[in-house]
Design a protein around this ligand. Structure first.
Ligand SMILES: NC(=O)c1ccc[n+]([C@@H]2O[C@H](COP(=O)([O-])OP(=O)(O)OC[C@H]3O[C@@H](n4cnc5c(N)ncnc54)[C@H](O)[C@@H]3O)[C@@H](O)[C@H]2O)c1
Length: 249
């Protein structure tokens, strides 16, 4: 049961990687609160599934197949938007985990190109499409708790997410006077389709590492994003909000 009700009627958000997992939940929760959402994702299959799962919101959603790692694809997608936007959630992300000894240049570059360059590409492509009259423009970048403490086998991913945090803090300073707040959300262990396929004992071990004793849900991350998107969050800028049950504290 929700205690907080948001009203995003008349607002338009872009959610990258919005066809699946955390991004899908963010997009859905925004629409349930009245927003129009443009879902950007590169997976045709995930977009098709999302279209069918979000059929109740058909009038409020636009699906665009775009690779965030490709700057010209992002500018082309931006030009197809219908109407100005009020917020962007840079959520698209990938992993290519290997120990540093085994990690190839392509593993490193691919993850940086999607997770870090992708945030640059989409943000740069969309900057001119924000509603210039709004003083509550929102930019939220999905980072990860591992950016704050490192993680075995994730040199590429951790570097990309630490870069996202640096970019967030710089944009928070540069864009504040133009009516933006820019924040990062750092999820901990979140239950997704990927974790659903893991053996119960592995999931129990993961949960045991979390002070609150359970894994997070996609709703935990979406709820945080909705709050940051709200007018009430107007004075939060340049923050990295860990949503991890106390994993990093
Ligand atoms: N799941 C977790 O436990 C967890 C923890 C910390 C951070 N995160 C971050 O949260 C975000 C979402 O993770 P998730 O678990 O929902 O992942 P997911 O793999 O379930 O979904 C990611 C979505 O992004 C899309 N995508 C990937 N690369 C893309 C690209 N180049 N262009 C456009 N779309 C692309 C995929 O098609 C997919 O729909 C990621 O940035 C991830 O790093 C997740």
């Amino acid at each position: 049961m929700a205690n907080i009700k948001y009203d995003f009627v008349g607002k338009h958000f872009v959610v990258t990687g919005g066809a699946q997992g955390i991004g899908f939940q963010i997009a859905k929760n925004l629409m349930q609160s009245g927003a129009k959402v443009s879902v950007w994702d590169y997976s045709a299959k995930a977009l098709e599934n999302a279209r069918s799962e979000l059929s109740d919101f058909a009038a409020s959603v636009q699906f665009t197949q775009v690779n965030v790692a490709d700057y010209s694809a992002c500018t082309a997608a931006a030009s197809q938007l219908t109407g100005a936007i009020h917020g962007l959630i840079n959520n698209a992300g990938i992993t290519r985990d290997k120990s540093f000894a085994k990690m190839e240049e392509v593993d490193f570059d691919t993850v940086i190109e999607t997770n870090l360059n992708g945030v640059f590409n989409v943000t740069k492509a969309l900057l001119g499409y924000f509603d210039s009259a709004s003083q509550n423009k929102r930019l939220i970048n999905i980072a990860s708790v591992v950016a704050l403490y490192g993680n075995f086998g994730q040199a590429n991913y951790v570097a990309s997410k630490a870069g996202v945090i640096g970019l967030t803090k710089t944009l928070a300073r540069e864009l504040a006077r133009k009516g933006f707040t820019v924040n990062a959300v750092a999820p901990g262990f979140i239950q997704t389709q990927m974790t659903a396929a893991m053996p119960p004992e592995v999931l129990a071990q993961m949960a045991a590492k979390v002070p609150v004793g359970v894994l997070g849900s996609t709703d935990d991350i979406a709820n945080t994003c909705l709050f940051l998107c709200s007018d009430e969050a107007r004075y939060i800028n340049g923050a990295v909000l860990s949503v991890d049950g106390g994993l990093v504290c």
